[in-house]
Design a protein around this ligand. Structure first.
Ligand code: ADP
Length: 246
């Protein structure tokens, strides 16, 4: 597996407080990774750095063939480069149908200018059907997104991000507020997505992380404390101490 993203020696301070402290992290193309860590560990700030929302004070963030720096690129350019981000709260067009939401996502993939002249093609409509299957909403295509359950909205937003063919998908607490059945499908959806792009999931729910069955990175005080399988990191005494607040 080739390396898709390499973060090295990155630090960020807010008013003198180091939220990210000499952090290094790599992820391979088409890898599924979970990031865990107590509140304040730096998980959100780390995602903000990758997506260009927060500029680090020092360090390197390189992408693709690793000769391309993401530093100095705008959030929009980073998104266009193939990094999609899903925040915890679903953001879908509530008054549009599931199908229209997916079509809009396919349209926006072409950029603002081409989107003006967009016409639905049969290829796009088959892609919509494929995505709807993947996100478990094939029988809800004509329903308004606002009428979907919380879990279904989350799937729709993941589908909209997948429609844009990302190389890396960052997903913040996808399982929060979901029913057990919805969680199960979300696990399957993320595992499936990671066959075509790298997926980084920030999650507090350990049972959900266990089901993802992937490499886990533990952040603490803005740096990587441990990395490996969930069993490996949760048997690490430093990780146990951090979670127990010792
Ligand atoms: P997590 O997502 O793991 O809970 P965050 O990345 O949100 O952690 O925060 C890491 C630390 O940085 C926290 O102590 C938080 O209070 C601080 N922090 C984050 N963003 C800001 C900001 N914009 N200004 C000041 N402090 C911040």
């Amino acid at each position: 597996m080739s390396t898709l993203l390499e973060v090295s020696g990155v630090s960020v301070s807010f008013d003198g407080f180091k939220a990210i402290n000499n952090l290094s992290f790599t992820i391979g193309s088409a890898e599924l990774r979970a990031i865990i860590g107590p509140n304040g560990a730096g998980k959100t700030t780390f995602m903000d750095i990758i997506t260009g929302k927060t500029k680090p004070d020092e360090g390197r963030v390189v992408w693709g063939d690793l000769s391309r720096s993401l530093l100095g690129m705008s959030e929009a350019k980073i998104a266009q480069a193939g990094i999609g981000r899903k925040f915890q709260k679903p953001t879908v067009f509530e008054d549009q149908s599931v199908e229209e939401n997916l079509v809009m996502a396919l349209k926006s993939k072409r950029g603002p200018f081409a989107a003006l002249f967009y016409k639905r093609s049969s290829d796009d409509m088959s892609r919509v059907d494929e995505l709807a299957d993947e996100i478990n909403l094939a029988d809800q295509l004509h329903r308004k997104a606002g009428e979907l359950s919380h879990g279904q909205k989350q799937w729709l937003e993941i589908g909209m991000l997948l429609a844009q063919d990302p190389q890396l998908l960052l997903v913040d607490e996808p399982a929060a507020g979901m029913t057990p059945a919805e969680r199960e499908h979300t696990t399957a959806l993320l595992v499936e997505a990671a066959k075509t792009c790298a997926v980084v999931v920030v999650e507090h729910d350990m049972e959900f992380v266990r089901r993802l069955n992937c490499r886990v990175t533990v952040l603490h005080e803005g740096a990587v404390l441990a990395e490996g399988s969930l069993d490996h990191v949760t048997s690490n005494q430093e990780v146990i101490d951090v979670y127990l607040g010792r």
